[in-house]
Structure formats: C-alpha cells, structure tokens
Write a protein that binds this ligand. Structure first.
Ligand SMILES: Cc1cc2nc3c(=O)[nH]c(=O)nc-3n(C[C@H](O)[C@H](O)[C@H](O)COP(=O)(O)O)c2cc1C
Length: 192
C-alpha cells in the first residue's frame, strides 16, 4: 500500500469520525440499488445495524432476521477460513479489503459472495456485496490483495470513501448521482 493512499485514508476517516450521520447513511443505503450493509465493528459480535433491500434479496434473509446479528450467519461450514482471516485482519487494522466467500441462503443454496468492506470510522464498516457465482472471472480471493490489485483497491477505496464522506457529511444531497457513481465503482470491484 503506498504511503499516499495510507495518508488519504487516515485523513478521510478522521474527518468522518467527527461527522458521521447514520441517518444519512441509512437514507443513502435505501436508495442504493446494490446490496449494502452497515456493521458495528467495535466488538467481535459485529452486529448488522442496517441492511438494504438488495442485501435482503441477495441473502434471502429478511431485515428482521439480519439486524443485530453478524454477517457470519451467512457463512457455511465450507466457507474459507483463510478468506475469513483476510476480513478479520482488515477489520482489526481498520483498513478496507475485498474477499470472495461462500455464503449460504436459508434454504441451503450456496453462492459466491464478493464482499468489499470499507471502514468509515472506528465504529462503522460499510459492506458492498455482489454475487459472483456465475462471473466468468470469479475466483477465490483468499489472500490479501497484492501488487497491481492492491493498488487498484487503494484507488477505489479513496473514491468510495470520498463518496461516502459526501453522503455522511451532508455535502451531497443528490443521492441519485452518488448512487450512479457508487454503482460504477462497485462494477469495478467486480473486476479487481
Ligand atoms: C461491513 C461488513 C460486511 C460483511 N459482510 C459479510 C458477508 O456478506 N458475508 C460474510 O460471509 N461475511 C461478511 N462479513 C464478515 C464477517 O462479519 C466477519 O468479519 C468475518 O467472518 C471475519 O471475522 P471472524 O474470523 O471473527 O469470523 C462482513 C463484515 C463486515 C464488517
């Protein structure tokens, strides 16, 4: 990770910590068309604080079933421990990452979930999820991203964080253009 990306990230997070507005994040989450959830990462319990409709559609769990529980409820016995470890390390270090994990729907169906986690302050992480089961390029990302892919993630992170910051600080009131922007960014997450 280059030093500049690291500095940007700290800077963005510092400012967001002071100005986080959960109501705005929730409002944006409902407008955002792809799966998104917000998790409290202060404790290992990692309760889901918010899940949008697309997240419920992807996971097939209702909001009531999800809220207050951890995203671990989506995992299956064969979910990669190594992949989970990558997420754990990123959350503990308060950095962002992307990982593909096998998840299970309530009826037992498995799917491959590409999970991008962005730490917006010391308490809240925003997760963007995409099903990549049928993606021709789908592959397991079980190790931390390195080299060019790590750089791509760092660049994406700066953009995603800037968008989230605009939402949370109230600078951005036009959620639809921000949604378009984040949808475009999430498409790039697919291609990492
Ligand atoms: C914002 C956020 C979203 C997450 N989304 C998912 C998810 O969709 N599916 C999943 O299997 N794990 C997801 N996780 C990961 C788990 O909650 C947990 O962090 C992971 O299993 C590593 O921790 P553990 O080793 O303590 O289980 C998410 C975590 C965060 C913080």
């Amino acid at each position: 990770m280059c030093r500049r990306a690291e500095t940007n990230r700290k800077d963005v997070r510092l400012r967001m910590t002071q100005r986080l507005d959960f109501g705005r994040l929730e409002k944006f989450g409902f407008a955002y068309p792809n799966a998104l959830c917000v998790v409290d990462v202060r404790e290992r319990a990692e309760p889901i604080l918010f899940a949008n409709d697309a997240f419920c559609t992807l996971t097939r769990y209702s909001r009531e079933q999800l809220l207050g529980h951890s995203c671990r409820m989506l995992q299956a016995p064969e979910t990669s421990a190594q992949g989970r470890g990558v997420l754990r390390a990123a959350i503990d270090a308060r950095t962002s990452t992307v990982v593909d994990l096998i998840n299970a729907r309530p009826n037992g169906t498995r799917y491959l979930n590409r999970i991008a986690v962005f730490l917006v302050d010391d308490t809240h992480a925003v997760g963007f999820q995409h099903e990549v089961t049928d993606l021709p390029s789908a592959r397991w990302i079980e190790a931390p991203l390195e080299g060019a892919r790590a750089e791509k993630l760092a660049a994406l992170e700066t953009e995603v964080m800037a968008s989230l910051r605009a939402i949370l600080s109230g600078e951005a009131l036009d959620y639809s253009s921000l949604c378009d922007q984040l949808v475009a960014l999430s498409r790039r997450l697919h291609q990492l």
